[in-house]
Design a protein around this ligand. Sequence first.
Ligand code: A2P
Length: 319
Amino acid sequence: MSAETVRGEPKLQDVKMHLLRPTEPGIGIVTRNERCTASKKAAGFVRHIEIDVTGTPLVGQCWPGQSLGVIPDGVDGHGKPHKVRLYSLSSPLAGCDGQGRVYATTVKRSIDEHWDNHTLFLGVASNFLCDRQPGDKIMLSGPAGKRFVLPADPNAHDYLFFATGTGIAPYRGMILDLIGKGCTSRITLVMGSPYATDLIYHDFFLGIAEKHRNFTYLTAISREKAEGRSGLYVQDRLAVDRDHLLPQLSDERNLIYICGLAGMELGIFQQLALILQGDALEQYLRVDAAAMSDIRRWDRRMIHKEVRPTRRIMMEVYA
Ligand code: A2P
């Protein structure tokens, strides 16, 4: 077990899992499917998709931080039914309808070229989902996952959420749950995108930041100059906004959630090790002395070995 005991360790919310198995999926009906990037000129196609799960055991049981399984219609190249793919929920526990019957996910179309012959590659499940129209049926399983959820007592902690790309999905649901329940904890969201046009749910988070003083929304745009600086990755916010973030980071109440591209966790760990010292750092990371002497040379293989996150860090990263 990699996580090490630490003060302020959270007791996470108990959640149900696998109420629907991929071998006996339930049927959901799409009620809404719309682009959710900041501008229509966004480089990527990202869609907010709402699915009515009425009549399935999923009703009222899907927590943000968990995933739904989606089984695309049709068969694969070998004539076999498609396998299940997991998509993070972006809705709160009570769903988009307030009754736990309509849950949402956030999907980016996977569009690429085959590396060997440069023909078009389209990801099966992401394009299947993004193509769906209201009224279309979708085979669902889940919910899956229990380690990336909020604590059972949300008021007992503060939250520093890091997202890249569609890694933002769980935080939309979590923040709606926290704010909706009147949680007054400090909540800081750091969202990374290649271009400002590609920020996801941008107006939604701006609106929450305007109404709730305990919520701070920071963006990190990697391929544009902003605030007089060249591109930023989410971890750079730890240095740039150090004065704002240090008091929250140093508080025993604080938890860190990391969701998005594999690799982002390494950059965040390195930056934490650069700005925190001694006991403050040990609340999040246990680092071997030899590794501590050369932080900038860390690589991902060291995670869970020489560099061990504690239970104050929750991670969900994917290739
Ligand atoms: P970039 O691609 O400019 O290097 P999306 O999923 O929409 O492409 O957004 C992912 C964002 O995360 C981009 O801004 C991307 O920057 C950035 N990113 C890529 N690799 C890392 C990393 N190792 N750590 C933090 N951010 C990263």
